[in-house]
Design a binder for this molecule. Structure first.
Ligand code: UD1
Ligand code: CA
Length: 453
């Protein structure tokens, strides 16, 4: 069976009240449309077509893959008209699966069930709803065979009582679909060319209509406003949290954990509340992540402890490091094993060798730091002269006194000691004390001011 998938994404999305096209609003950090595309790809179709509307350049820009074709629908004349825009590209011997760019969470297995045993028949994904208002209704005969879909706005009171709703997703053989679409008319309440009208035509042609139901209702829920977007986000996040817990990760509160990307986890990882993981994150065995931390595109080694309120991005943190609370690890940082980074420390584009400590209130940028270095509180690498960035090199076992400025480019030798409060503008020799500090003065008889009466 050869499969073509059509994803409808031309709707305005007015109720989002946004300048961003609806299908580009993110769910778990990725556009809604990308969720649908990823699921569609898993079905190994020959081609995926995305039908986009006016102002769809952003939609086109967001999609780049060789088997995805963008098809413009200049006027939104209805779902049937939208599908028809693609039919000239689809060969007769294909099966056509219609999906929606704003229905992000349909499972691959559900769609696969619609395409297996595909032949001259048609598959419809339907759902039983307590309140089906707004949806097209599935009309069946005495033998429970599907006869037609009737849109809410065209339905009589008897039809409105039907609880079985059309999700919009269907699969049909291309050759017949093409013929049915050509016969569509728009003499209905919305004056649209309804895709749903092909069902009655198929029945008249003696075509079997199979219906399938999703496992969970969220699979077929669309996003029309930001409230529905948030509902699906929560559903999705909870599913991810459940998977992680079943894989052996402790989540102190699965309702307060967000994953916007992929995470690989070792044994006995523990994640406190309000942690956000983004992009590609790897967490080694026994990693502990404190509350309110954001970790993006990072590799975290075994036994690393991240205390609360840390932000880590594009970094590698090796085994047994301790980070935080309140640390910021910026891109291109590599911390070797057993490094300790304490509160209010920012590290950018730096390599820190094993056992070094940067415990309090420091900025370390563009730095190569050796092993077992101790960086005193308030130490700053002055890496930027307003135009260019320069490197600081600190040798093994160096001891940098508190409140030191290392004015780059500068090298501190192995085992060097820098006296507290120094401004180091020349290389500091190995195993030597360097200090630049104005001598202390004393004023005999000086009186501390007293408050005026
Ligand atoms: C449609 C179905 C309805 C079903 C419901 C499920 C039709 C006629 N009705 O109704 O039976 O219960 O979905 O949500 O199909 N679109 C285009 N071009 C168009 C029109 C629509 O790309 O010209 C896209 C929209 O972006 C949207 C989707 O198709 O993603 C559905 O369109 P919409 O107008 O919302 O259909 P409904 O009235 O909800
Ligand atoms: Ca809709």
């Amino acid at each position: 069976m050869k499969l073509s998938i059509i994803i409808l994404a031309a709707g305005q999305g007015t109720r989002m009240r946004s300048s961003l096209p609806k299908v580009l609003h993110p769910l778990a950090g990725r556009p809604l449309l990308h969720h649908v595309l990823e699921t569609a790809e898993q079905l190994n179709p020959e081609t995926i077509y995305v039908v986009y509307g006016h102002g769809g350049e952003h939609v086109c820009d967001s999609v780049q893959a060789k088997n995805i074709q963008m098809v413009a629908q200049m006027q939104q004349l209805g779902t049937g008209h939208a599908v028809d825009q693609v039919m000239p590209s689809i060969p007769d011997d294909h099966q056509v699966l219609v999906l929606y760019g704003d229905v992000p969470l349909t499972r691959m297995e559900t769609l696969q069930a619609m395409t297996t045993e595909a032949g001259q028949n048609l598959s419809l994904l339907t759902v039983m709803l307590d309140d089906p208002s707004g949806y097209g209704r599935i009309v069946r005969n005495q033998q429970q065979q599907v006869q037609a879909i009737v849109e809410q706005k065209d339905a009589d009171t008897q039809t409105l009582k039907i609880k079985e709703a059309n999700t919009g997703m269907l699969r049909a053989p291309a050759q017949q679909l093409r013929q049915w679409l050509q016969q569509l008319e728009n003499n209905n309440a919305q004056q649209e060319y309804y895709l749903t009208d092909i069902i009655a035509m198929a029945v008249a042609d003696g075509c079997d209509i199979n219906t399938l139901q999703p496992q969970q209702i969220e699979e077929v829920q669309g996003v029309n406003n930001r409230q529905q977007l948030a509902e699906l986000e929560r559903f999705y996040q909870y599913q991810q949290a459940e998977q992680l817990m079943l894989a052996g990760v402790t989540l102190l509160d699965p309702a307060r954990f967000d994953l916007r990307g992929q995470v690989k986890t070792g044994l006995d990882v523990s994640i406190d509340i309000n942690v956000v993981l983004e992009g590609q994150v790897t967490l080694g065995d026994r990693v502990q992540i404190g509350a309110n931390s954001v970790i993006k595109n990072a590799v975290i080694g075994d036994d690393v402890i991240i205390l609360p309120n840390c932000v880590i991005e594009d970094a590698v943190i090796e085994n047994q490091c301790q980070i935080g609370p309140f640390s910021r690890i910026r891109p291109d940082t590599h911390l070797a094993a057993q490094v300790k980074v304490g509160n209010f420390v920012e590290i950018k584009k730096s390599q820190v060798a094993s056992g070094s400590k940067i415990s309090h209130l420091s900025y370390i940028g563009d730095t190569e730091m050796g092993k077992d270095v101790n960086i005193g509180a308030g130490t700053i690498t002055c890496n930027y002269d307003g135009a260019n960035k320069y490197k600081t090199i600190i040798g093994d076992r160096a001891f940098i006194g508190s409140d030191t400025q290392l004015v780059a480019p500068v090298t501190v030798g192995a085992g060097a000691t820098i006296g507290a409060g120094s401004t180091i503008t020349h290389d500091a020799p190995a195993e030597t004390l360097s200090l630049s500090r104005s001598p202390q003065k004393f004023r005999e008889g000086w009186q501390r001011p007293v408050k005026k009466k």
